[in-house]
Design a protein around this ligand. Structure first.
Ligand code: AMP
Length: 494
């Protein structure tokens, strides 16, 4: 088995590794560090939790230990999709370079331009940045990227999801052609493949197993849930979440609760808090100091429940998270893998529990196809009925929740009550699309179970079923089509 001492790292880096308590390199480290130290480009296909941050920081520090920084010309650059991830990479740099004199600047939203400008003016060895903020600094004329010898792109697939690829391409073009590139992505979407073909030169490809999908240490389960009434879905889902948390009892020492929309992150955190659960939200609309405070509290164990959006929680490294609750089924199957990868880290056991409403069943099928397993269906912790017990407090809560929505959706169809929430989604939720099939409005049955669907068809494939119903209605325009006024004929063959 490879040892750190076999990897040609700087002795002072080895000392810091030892002090961090790491004994052996992880597979991505053993695979990526040697070619990186030889100056080669590396394409690392790995997700968080595999030790990938150290797989680029350790060789970078070793290489940067030779030579010195020049004013306004950083010698290396690490691009991260989110502020949290950038801050985490910066922490890693501090840990592993503590016996060396290297300087760094962190260019992320919420950190003052002036202070970072001063650091850059003096000269930094490492610049760690989110793409937008880096370009802001560049455009202010305070920064030259022509001295960048090593460039790292971390979590490229998330950059793609967040629309950062044009920024990344621009940043690549501002750095010297001769730079060394270390590029990391959990998946290789065609667009990512294109970027690596364009900007990497004969890279060493290092691929490690998807920990979360193959890891047997994460117990997974999904609760199929249907609200008693559509307008009570939020209330009843939140009640179900509390019941699922309660059912875990003391085994649930802490948890990240993922929601698809920022608005729901806030609502769920607020509701949990009201019911006496120690919860706080984190998403991109909160200011940086609040995000940092919340995260620190969660890391230190003073906060038990972190309600999060995908973007805010992406890549977060909190070693001991006992549970992940997916309040919503993520609309991108890959996000499921990232979400549940927050638990069961560093060889611990973890549990991932998801709530699935009928309209999310397609996304659930996509997830099961991706992870190549059926996620076990959970017993309803509230017993046979999904119905909320009419908790007065929560009903008042719902009344408050629903009121502004109603007024916002005035003039819309009654069912279309979530336009604002949808507009605020961080990633494009598929639920914006009109449902391809009429909704099943039968009263809730416990544990509905769909047979594996769609036989490998893409999402749009479902619309084919509507072909025998005449042309699709795109919108009502100024008039109401005649059929709206017709009453339904009972089907005799049912
Ligand atoms: P990452 O994939 O970079 O998010 O790292 C996941 C976690 O693994 C972090 O908490 C690291 O501190 C830890 N880690 C990184 N390398 C090693 C190693 N060789 N041995 C044990 N833990 C490690």
């Amino acid at each position: 088995m490879t040892k750190f001492s076999d990897l040609n790292l700087n002795p002072k880096v080895l000392k810091a590794i030892e002090e961090a308590g790491y004994e052996t390199p992880t597979p991505i480290q053993a695979g990526a560090i040697p070619p990186a130290l030889l100056g080669r480009d590396v394409l690392g296909i790995a997700q968080t939790g595999t030790g990938k941050t150290a797989s680029f920081t350790l060789p970078m520090i070793t290489m940067l230990a030779r030579g010195r920084a020049r004013a306004r010309m950083p010698r290396s650059l690490v691009l991260c999709p989110t502020r949290e991830l950038a801050a985490q990479v910066a922490e890693n740099f501090d840990t592993y370079s503590k016996h060396l004199k290297l300087t760094k600047a962190l260019l992320i939203g919420g950190v003052s331009f002036n202070e970072q400008d001063k650091l850059i003016d003096k000269g930094v060895d490492v610049l760690i940045a989110t793409p937008g903020r880096l370009l802001d600094h560049f455009e202010r004329g305070k920064l030259l990227l022509t001295g960048v010898q090593i460039m790292v792109v971390d979590e490229a697939d998330r950059m793609l999801d967040m629309g950062f690829i044009p920024d990344i391409e621009r940043i690549f073009s501002l750095t010297p052609f001769t730079r060394q590139t270390l590029f990391f992505s959990a998946t290789m979407a065609p667009e990512i493949e294109r970027i690596t073909n364009t900007f990497l030169s004969a890279p060493e490809r290092v691929e490690v197993a998807r920990q979360a999908t193959t890891g047997e240490n994460i117990t997974q389960g999904v609760l199929m849930f249907k609200a008693s009434r559509k307008d009570r879905e939020g209330t009843e889902k939140r009640q179900m979440l509390r019941a699922l948390i309660d059912a875990e009892g003391e085994k649930c020492t802490n948890a990240i609760i993922f929601c698809n929309r920022k608005t729901d992150v806030d609502v769920v955190a607020k509701s949990l808090k009201k019911y006496g659960y120690d919860a706080a939200p984190i998403h991109g609309d909160l200011d940086q100091s609040q995000r940092t405070r919340t995260l620190d509290g969660f890391r230190e164990g003073s906060l038990r429940f972190l309600c999060a959006s995908d973007v805010a929680a992406r890549g977060l490294d909190v070693p001991a998270v006992s549970h992940v609750f997916n309040y919503d089924v993520p609309s991108h199957a890959e996000d499921y893998v990232h979400r549940i990868g927050r638990t069961g880290r560093a060889g611990r056991d973890g549990k991932a529990i998801m709530i699935c409403v009928p309209r999310d069943e397609r996304n659930l099928s996509d997830i099961e196809r991706l992870v190549q397993r059926e996620i076990p269906r959970l017993e309803n912790p509230l017993g046979a009925s999904n119905e909320a017990t009419g908790d007065a407090d929560e009903q008042a809560d719902t009344a408050r929740d629903e009121k502004p929505r109603r007024s916002r959706s005035r003039g819309r169809k009654k069912d279309d009550a979530r336009p604002k929430a949808e507009a605020e989604a961080e990633t494009t939720p598929k639920s914006i699309e009109a449902p391809a099939e009429p909704r099943d409005e039968k009263p809730a049955e416990p544990q509905p179970r769909r047979e594996s669907s769609r036989g490998g068809k893409g999402r749009s494939g479902g619309n084919d079923r509507n072909n025998d119903r005449g042309p699709k209605v795109m919108g009502l325009g100024d008039h109401t089509p005649e059929f709206i006024g017709l009453s339904f004929k009972e089907r005799s063959d049912d």
